[in-house]
Design a protein around this ligand. Structure first.
Ligand code: 2RA
Length: 354
């Protein structure tokens, strides 16, 4: 019998992307696709691969007969319900932060550590944070070949990383500023936003205006000035790559882009790695597109990656002053590979493993 797949959080931003991904697959291995959401959205009818599917309310019984349950819901909902799904016999593939660093929960990126999907004592598999995930296909491929020792990363994160409220905020700011002369000589962005009634600071998903600006902050404040997002990049990279001692330093920055996270990466290996060798390894990875010809004006930008599945990699250079080190620029759609696509690929991997 073909496995039964459930999608919890079917009506949210990532859930909607997930349905698009399933629609675009040539074939799917599922006998049934069950859609689940909160009581508020239950009863809605959504099209999945051309069929009408009625959204069911999240209750323990909806997991009966389910083989794999994908969760695209907030941390506290996953923390409560993924164990319920697992207790009812499903493998829960969770896209929240609730279980990522649990030593009994594998954190999986299929290109890097697909073998870990069967090692799941709690019946739960976690999907990484979108910022870490955006660079894992590339870093996994390079690590396999050259032995990664250290990562220094700066992120350029899109507004949709903060969900639909983040996207709505960026559009509202752009609309309020359109046609206005703002900047160093003609007035401040925050002032114009306030005047237009657009929330700023504590009332906004971002701690400072995002339009015409960059904001060196994502997540919550942790010890010694680090943000939760920066610590996730460090901890999750170590766990996924299987290098507990990997040296990682991250600075996470929000930029006025709607979707697709970009990362500038300074990666140090155990020996010298030529740009040519790195390019060869990256090009051989089916989920990576190398776009790297500065003389022809070719490099990755968020606009190149958005809406697509591959990670786009370019600006590959040998560091001038740091031995055994490459500099790269990576762009990945934070809602697709960064969230829905990786979760779905993990579910496919679980199904294939039987
Ligand atoms: C962000 N990585 O971009 C977070 C969302 N998971 O805000």
């Amino acid at each position: 019998d073909k496995p039964v797949l459930a999608l919890v959080g079917a009506t949210g931003a990532v859930g909607t992307t997930m349905i698009n991904i399933m629609d675009s697959r040539e074939s799917v291995p599922w006998g049934e696709i069950r859609l689940i959401a909160s009581a508020r959205s239950a009863g809605k009818v959504l099209k999945v691969r051309g069929e009408d599917v009625t959204v069911l309310e999240l209750k323990p019984e909806v997991f009966d007969g389910v083989d794999i349950a994908m969760f695209d819901v907030p941390d506290e909902v996953s923390a409560e319900w993924a164990p319920v799904a697992a207790a009812r016999g499903a493998v829960a593939v969770d896209n929240s932060g609730a279980f990522r660093m649990d030593p009994d929960v594998p954190l999986v990126v299929p290109e890097v550590n697909a073998d870990k999907v069967t090692d799941r004592p709690k019946g739960i598999i976690a999907n990484p944070n979108c910022t870490t995930l955006s660079m894992m296909a590339a870093m996994g491929a390079l690590h396999r070949e050259f032995g990664l020792e250290a990562l220094v990363v700066s992120s350029y994160q899109a507004a949709s990383g903060a969900g639909q409220p983040g996207v709505d905020q960026l559009y509202a700011e752009i609309e309020a500023l359109a046609g206005k002369q703002v900047g160093s000589v003609s007035g401040d962005v925050a002032g114009v936003l306030k005047e237009a009634g657009v929330p700023v600071g504590a009332d906004s998903p971002f701690p400072a205006p995002l339009a015409l600006n960059v904001v060196p902050w994502a997540g919550s404040l942790k010890d010694d000035g680090w943000s939760s997002e920066e610590l996730k990049v460090r901890n999750e990279s170590r766990k996924i790559l299987g290098i507990p001692e990997l040296k990682v330093s991250a600075t996470c920055v929000r930029v006025p882009v709607v979707t697709t996270h970009a990362l500038a990466i300074h990666a140090t290996f155990s020996g010298e790695v030529s740009v040519e060798a790195a390019r060869k390894v990256l090009s051989a990875q089916p989920t990576i597109v190398v776009k790297d010809d500065p003389a022809a004006g070719e490099w990755p930008t968020p606009a190149d990656a958005v809406g697509g599945d591959p990670t786009v990699v370019g600006r590959i250079r040998q560091s001038l002053d740091f031995p055994n080190t490459l500099e790269l620029f990576v762009c990945g759609d934070n809602l697709r590979k960064g969230a829905a696509l990786n979760t779905y690929e993990v579910a496919e991997t679980v199904a294939a493993a039987g």
